[in-house]
Design a protein around this ligand. Structure first.
Ligand code: DAH
Length: 428
C-alpha cells in the first residue's frame, strides 16, 4: 500500500509494542516567533530559540509553565512543546488548517443540517484515562510509552489524538459530533512529521429506529452509513477521485477501515474509521445503540490540498506564507517564495540501551528548533564487543532565509554537546 505522505499515520493501527519499536516520534518547539525573534530575522542576527512565555491560557484557564514542564521523571515535556499550547492553528480562518476545518464543517452542515455538534476548543491536557483507557487502548500498547507520548505526570498527558474526547462527549449526551484539536506526539523529524499536529474526530450514534427500517444488522448499517458519509467527504475535498477501503485495526473500532484515495498518481491514506466498540457506548450510557467514528489528520490533507511541501510551514508567521491563504479559499496552491539551501551535518556515536531516536530528535529540536528539517539514520553497525554505533545526518534549512555557516556550525556544536550530555552517548 503506497501512500503519498507518511504524515502521522496512525500509531493506533499497530497492535503491540514490537510493531513500533522503530517508528520514532518527534517533538519540537518554537513559539510563534516572538517579536524579538522576528526582529532578529530581519536584521540577520544570530538565530535564537524563541523563549516561551510562562503562562498560557487554555480553554479559559491560565496554565503556568511550571505546571506543564517539570524536572521530574514522570514529565517529559520540553519548553518547546509548552510554547505550542494554546496556539490553536485550527481556529484561524485564514490558515490552511482552519480553512480545511471549515471546509469539512461545510460538508457536514450541507449534508446533515444542524446535526453535528462542533468542538474545537477542548483542553489538550487530558488524563491517561481519557486518552487511552476510555478508548480501550491496551495497557501494553506502544502509544502509552514515554517514548511516544508527552506526559505531564504519570496520570496526565497532552492528548495524542482527538479520540480522547469520545467518551466524555457521549456521556454528556452528544450523539453527533466533530472534535478538532491540536494533538501531541514524540516523533522523528522530517518534512511530514512535527510533534504537534491537528486532528478532527467525528462520531455519529444510531438508535434502533435507524437500523430497524433497513434490512441490515446494526453494525452493517453503521458501517454502510460511515462509508457513504466519508466517501462524500473525500469527494467534497478532492473532487471525483478513485477511492478504496482498506481493512485496518484500531482498539476503539470493530470493524475498522482506512480510506485511501488515488491522488497525483499515488494511493494516499485519508483517514481511519470504523464502527465504535460496543464497550465504549455501554460505558458511556448509550445502551442499545451503534455508532461510527473517524479520525483524520488535518496537516496530512492540507499538505496535499494546498501543495504545502514542509509541515513546519504551518507554524510560519512569515507573511510570504500567511498572506497566501484566506478564509473560504480551499485548495489554493501554495507558491514557494524561495528555496534556501539545506546544510547537512553528520554525527556518530555509540548508543546505550536507553537510546531512542525520539529522544535524539527532541534534543536536536531543543537546540535548533524549526531550523532542523530532517534527522536520518545513515549508518548503523555493531562491533565485535557488541557496541552499536549510529550515524545521523541532520539537515538544517530555514523556510524563511539563508543560514550562515557560522550559525550552523554553532548549532551543530550545541547539538553535539547536548546529545552527549542528555543522552549519555559517546561521540565518535
Ligand atoms: N485516533 C486515531 C489516530 O490517532 C484515528 C482514528 C481512527 C480515530 C479510527 C477514530 C477511528 O475515531 O474510528 O490514529
Amino acid at each position: 500500500m503506497a501512500v503519498v505522505s507518511s504524515a502521522h499515520s496512525s500509531i493506533f493501527s499497530k497492535t503491540s509494542l514490537f510493531h513500533h519499536m522503530n517508528c520514532f516520534k518527534r517533538f519540537s518547539f518554537c513559539l510563534p516567533f516572538s517579536s524579538s525573534a522576528a526582529a532578529s530575522l530581519s536584521t540577520k542576527k544570530k538565530w535564537r530559540q524563541p523563549v516561551a512565555s510562562s503562562v498560557v491560557e487554555l480553554c479559559g484557564i491560565k496554565i503556568a509553565k511550571d505546571d506543564v514542564v517539570r524536572d521530574d521523571p514522570t514529565n517529559n515535556i520540553p519548553d518547546t512543546i509548552f510554547s505550542k499550547l494554546g496556539m490553536q492553528l485550527h481556529r484561524r480562518n485564514n490558515h490552511p488548517l482552519g480553512i480545511l476545518k471549515n471546509g469539512i464543517y461545510e460538508y457536514f452542515d450541507t449534508n446533515y443540517p444542524n446535526m453535528f455538534d462542533k468542538f474545537d476548543d477542548l483542553c489538550p491536557i487530558v488524563s491517561v484515562k481519557q486518552n487511552f483507557d476510555d478508548v480501550l487502548v491496551p495497557a501494553d500498547h506502544v502509544s502509552r510509552s514515554y517514548n511516544d507520548t508527552y506526559y505531564v505526570d504519570s496520570q496526565t498527558v497532552l492528548r495524542c489524538h482527538t479520540s480522547a474526547h469520545q467518551a466524555e462527549l457521549l456521556r454528556r449526551g452528544h450523539t453527533h459530533f466533530l472534535v478538532t484539536g491540536d494533538v501531541y506526539r514524540r516523533d522523528s523529524i522530517d518534512s511530514t512529521h512535527y510533534p504537534v499536529f491537528h486532528q478532527m474526530e467525528g462520531v455519529r450514534v444510531f438508535t434502533p429506529d435507524n437500523w430497524e427500517a433497513s434490512c441490515l444488522d446494526p453494525t452493517s448499517y453503521a458501517a454502510e452509513d460511515l462509508k457513504k458519509s466519508l466517501e462524500g467527504l473525500a469527494r467534497h475535498l478532492f473532487g471525483a477521485v478513485e477511492m478504496r477501503w482498506i481493512d485496518a485495526y484500531f482498539p476503539f473500532t470493530n470493524p475498522s477501515y482506512e480510506l485511501e484515495i488515488y491522488f497525483k498518481e499515488k494511493w494516499m491514506e485519508v483517514l481511519g474509521c470504523g464502527v465504535m466498540e460496543q464497550e465504549i457506548l455501554k460505558s458511556n450510557s448509550r445502551l442499545n445503540s451503534v455508532a461510527w467514528a473517524f479520525g483524520l489528520g488535518l496537516e496530512r490533507l492540507a499538505m496535499v490540498l494546498f501543495d504545502i511541501p514542509d509541515i513546519r510551514l504551518f507554524w510560519s508567521i512569515d507573511e510570504r506564507f500567511t498572506s497566501q491563504f484566506s478564509e473560504g479559499q480551499m485548495g489554493v496552491k501554495f507558491k514557494t517564495f524561495s528555496k534556501y539551501p539545506p546544510c547537512y551535518k553528520d554525527m556518530s556515536f555509540w548508543i546505550n540501551e536507553s537510546f531512542t531516536e525520539n529522544n535524539l530528535c527532541e534534543v536536536v529540536r531543543g537546540v535548533a528548533g524549526d531550523l532542523v528539517e530532517e534527522v536520518s539514520l545513515i549508518d548503523n553497525f555493531t562491533n565485535k564487543k557488541g557496541m552499536t554505533s549510529h550515524c545521523y545526518r541532520i539537515a538544517y534549512r530555514s523556510m524563511e532565509r539563508s543560514l550562515t555557516d557560522e550559525e550552523i556550525n554553532e548549532l551543530q556544536w550545541n547539538v553535539r554537546e547536548q546529545v552527549q550530555n542528555k543522552l549519555n552517548v559517546v561521540l565518535r
